[in-house]
Design a binder for this molecule. Structure first.
Ligand code: 13P
Length: 250
């Protein structure tokens, strides 16, 4: 059984005070049974978020991390530091990290190993650009990305990870991929690496309250990695609610 998962990637939004306010709203809600909920605030808010989520089923994620435990890496944050703050998930290889900080497939692979070593669940983001999409290169791109991220890992370790398929042209554009199309891509991702058959694979890219149910009605889509719609309690909770039906599927 792949339990549905809704993760909010807050990106570079929310001060500490704003984090506390949003999390108080989220934790006041009754979440649907069987749906896992994760929020990934900026690093500066993780400590406050950890406090606010004490006793709540909502889990904490980070948006990236360095692969080393410690060292001379100015500005970076290690898995050891994240663990101390109660972080259980980390988004790795988000397309914004790959595009603006030149994170490579090799970097992502190192980070996946480091996260697993420290008991943090990686959420590995993959996806194609608009040009690759138009050229029908989607499957080649995303299967290459997941094979690189999980190269050499035992299937049992791969199964513990989460993948997010995020077509880059759908991120922040209000234009989501069609549910059937995303389902087809995710089926190919699942088949590409041994162990992914049992892993959660999410869809991300303009997932909103009004399209979440249709996306999650697809058999391969186990939840969502949500950007802008995770920044308000109302829209995020509506997406969490849309995963309720999925939690009931055998
Ligand atoms: P949007 O939901 O704002 O399109 O962002 C998706 C995303 O990048 C989540 O990681």
């Amino acid at each position: 059984m792949r339990h549905p998962l809704i993760a909010g990637n807050w990106k570079m939004h929310k001060t500490v005070a704003e984090t506390r306010a949003l999390l108080r709203e989220l934790r006041a809600a009754t979440l649907p049974a069987g749906v896992q909920v994760v929020v990934a605030p900026p690093f500066t808010s993780l400590s406050a978020a950890h406090e606010e989520l004490h006793g709540s089923p909502i889990e904490l994620g980070a948006q990236t991390m360095h692969q080393a435990d410690h060292g001379p890496f100015t500005g970076e944050i290690s898995p050891v530091m994240l663990r101390e703050l109660g972080v259980q998930y980390v988004i790795l290889g988000h397309s914004e990290r790959r595009a603006y900080w030149n994170e490579s497939d090799d970097d992502v692979a190192w980070k996946v190993r480091a996260a697993l070593k420290h008991g943090i669940t990686p959420i590995v983001a993959v996806g194609e650009t608009a040009t690759e999409h138009e050229r029908n290169e989607t499957i080649g791109k995303v299967t290459l990305q997941v094979r690189a991220a999980f190269a050499g890992l035992a299937a049992a370790d791969v199964a513990k990870c989460v993948v997010a398929y995020e077509p880059i042209w759908a991120i922040g554009t209000g234009r989501n991929d069609e549910p059937e199309s995303a389902n087809g891509v995710i089926a190919e991702i699942r088949a590409a690496v041994e162990g992914l058959q049992d892993a959660r694979i999410l869809y991300g890219g303009s997932m909103k309250a009004d399209n979440a149910a249709a996306l999650m009605a697809q058999p391969q889509i186990d939840g969502g990695l949500v950007g802008s719609a995770s920044l308000s309690a109302k829209s995020f909770l509506a997406i969490v609610e849309a995963a309720r039906a999925r939690a009931r599927q055998p």
